[in-house]
Design a protein around this ligand. Structure first.
Ligand SMILES: Cc1cc2nc3c(=O)[nH]c(=O)nc-3n(C[C@H](O)[C@H](O)[C@H](O)COP(=O)(O)OP(=O)(O)OC[C@H]3O[C@@H](n4cnc5c(N)ncnc54)[C@H](O)[C@@H]3O)c2cc1C
Length: 416
């Protein structure tokens, strides 16, 4: 449990203990800053950061928009950085990309996309794409139905345990002198001459107030809610795009499967993960309470139906061991469908006296470190500090036994 004493006054207060909040905490701590504290209402990673597809990837599908090429290139660079600093948690995974006989992207389009993916990764690549014979594809994914496919490609990305990565970054930040308080809920933010006052509810129900100069609001889907309930107008509108996953017992995959759904132009994954098989994800606008995100029957049907079209041994509903859903919290982009809304982040700035608050919209697990560095640099610039982020250096990463998950954890984590 992360339970450093709540400060009365701190220079930088980070709200929300997902990958972005802990990433920023770790970034600041790696620069030698100890006057930074993070507040999380539950346990770290309780939000979307433990409910992702667990890929540290460039995002092959984002190559559909030229606009997103820089995001893909950055994520591919970050993939290599994270392998270097947390190699036990971020490891390469081969993917099989089958070409559909009917519908979907053509062989030439896939070839061009994968070549571009390799090109953007450059010297940071973890493995180049190549064609696979049917027997090679079946050796990696014996349950696929070869009658549905006209060819296969292999390409490489990375996989992680998202919750373990959150804990690792937080543990490292604490080791470097930063503070974290789990089970403390931010109730209100008020302006003050000297920055901000933040009301926090402790686990025993008592209220504390923290005074700070700088706030990073990294509460994801809750970020605008706290501003609105504090009578502070958010700088951006945002939507929640819900994604659901199913966890099955291991079906014997030796590689990830990258599958297409031609009728709605989506892709989805079937992945080996912590001794289990993970299937995801859906995309659906979600306007309900972010604390009550559950996988619906329709979403289970969608995933089973789309997967089983391509499998000779179908996945069965009765074999589902667990389900989980997360929210992609994205700044609204006019004129784009939700699958095509950019995953690139947006930062909203709000001033208060000598103080400043940055609210984060969007972002990806894969690029969290670079984004944390960007925010860390903004904070340091505000204070006239020229210190540099050191989170690309292995010596500011500290491993923690409790950060490893077992297959049992992977399922238990999502029960109920
Ligand atoms: C279905 C899905 C799959 C994804 N897959 C991938 C992937 O494979 N690879 C990838 O790179 N990215 C992926 N992403 C994106 C990535 O998971 C998110 O960008 C990232 O996890 C968001 O982290 P965050 O820290 O911004 O938000 P969150 O993880 O949601 O953290 C916000 C935190 O704020 C806390 N909080 C809320 N209210 C309060 C309060 N009042 N007081 C204190 N704390 C509060 C919450 O408890 C929570 O822990 C995926 C996203 C989704 C939805």
């Amino acid at each position: 449990m992360f339970q450093q004493p709540l400060p009365q006054r701190v220079r930088v207060l980070i709200l929300g203990g997902g990958i972005h909040g802990v990433g920023i905490l770790h970034d600041m701590a790696s620069r030698g800053w100890q006057d930074v504290h993070l507040i999380e209402k539950n346990t770290l990673g309780h939000g979307t950061s433990s409910r992702s597809t667990k890929l540290i990837h460039g995002g092959l599908r984002y190559l559909q928009r030229i606009h997103d090429f820089p995001l893909v290139a950055e994520a591919l660079r970050e993939r290599k950085v994270l392998m270097q600093v947390a190699g036990d948690l971020v490891h390469p995974l081969e993917f099989v990309f089958p070409i559909l006989k009917s519908g979907g992207a053509s062989r030439i389009k896939v070839k061009v996309g994968l070549s571009l993916y390799d090109f953007l990764a450059g010297r940071q690549n973890v493995g180049r794409h190549h064609r696979l014979a049917e027997s090679e594809a079946l050796a990696r994914a014996p349950m696929i139905d070869p009658t549905k496919f006209s060819g296969y490609f292999s390409f490489w990305d990375c996989q992680t345990d998202d919750l373990a990565l959150v804990r690792r970054a937080a543990h490292s930040a604490v080791k470097l002198g930063a503070g974290v308080s789990e089970w403390h809920q931010v109730a209100k933010i008020s302006r003050a001459n000297d920055g901000w006052l933040v009301d926090v509810v402790a686990p025993d129900g008592t209220m504390a107030q923290i005074s700070c100069l700088y706030i990073v609001n990294a509460m994801g889907p809750w970020a605008n809610k706290i501003l609105e309930s504090s009578d502070i107008e958010p700088t951006h509108k945002a939507i929640n795009n819900k994604g659901s996953h199913l966890v099955f017992p291991d079906i014997g995959l030796k590689a990830g499967l990258f599958l297409q759904s031609p009728e709605d132009n989506r892709i989805f994954f079937v992945l080996p993960w912590l001794g289990k098989t993970l299937v995801g994800t859906t995309e659906k606008i979600f306007s309900g309470n972010p604390d009550q995100v559950v996988v619906t029957n329709d979403e289970v049907d969608y995933l089973l139906d789309h997967c089983n079209r391509y499998l000779s041994t179908p996945l069965r509903r009765e074999n589902i061991e667990a389900t989980f859903a997360g929210l992609r919290w994205l700044a609204v982009e006019e004129g784009f469908t939700i699958s095509k809304t950019s995953r690139s982040h947006v930062l909203g700035a709000i001033g208060s006296g000598r103080g400043m608050m940055w609210t984060l919209y969007g972002g990806k697990l894969s690029t969290y470190r670079a984004l944390a560095e960007e925010i860390g640099t903004k904070i340091c610039t505000h204070f006239g500090d020229e210190s540099r982020s050191r989170t690309t250096q292995p010596d500011v990463w500290f491993s923690d036994e409790s950060s490893y998950s077992t297959p049992q954890d992977a399922v238990k984590r999502f029960e109920g």
